[in-house]
Design a protein around this ligand. Structure first.
Ligand SMILES: [Zn+2]
Length: 117
């Protein structure tokens, strides 16, 4: 087996999160060799992905639609929910106000009718 150079070791350390296959391809080594060397260095080759929204690294897959991490996607949904909730609250207030107003007009109308008789 070919000796690992310091440049290669540095590359492995910095790119371990891209997975064994990607590192192997970049260095022109076998995946077995990369896996073995990672073990020697105590590095994890578990794939990590960077969220384009918060810039954090995650082991979990990114959202297929927006490409964001799970927590960013959750926050996005939460702000949607908050918006919907406040829109519904406003609608309910408007409905109540209009119903009260209508009731007042009906009463006024019926009082006027009674006076006429
Ligand atoms: Zn994120």
């Amino acid at each position: 087996m070919r000796q690992w150079s310091t440049r290669e070791l540095k590359y492995l350390e910095e790119h371990a999160g891209e997975g064994a296959r990607a590192v192997a391809k970049a260095l022109g080594r076998s995946t077995n060799s990369v896996e073995w060397q990672a073990r020697q260095c105590g590095l994890s080759l578990r794939k990590r992905r960077q969220c384009p929204n918060c810039g954090r690294w995650t082991f979990k897959p990114l959202n297929r639609i927006n490409g964001w991490c799970i927590e960013c996607t959750k926050e996005l949904h939460m702000s949607d929910l908050a918006e919907q909730a406040s829109a519904m609250r406003e609608e309910a207030i408007r409905e109540k106000r209009n119903n009260q107003q209508r009731q007042r007009y009906y009463s006024a109308k019926s009082r006027a009718k009674k006076k006429k008789k």
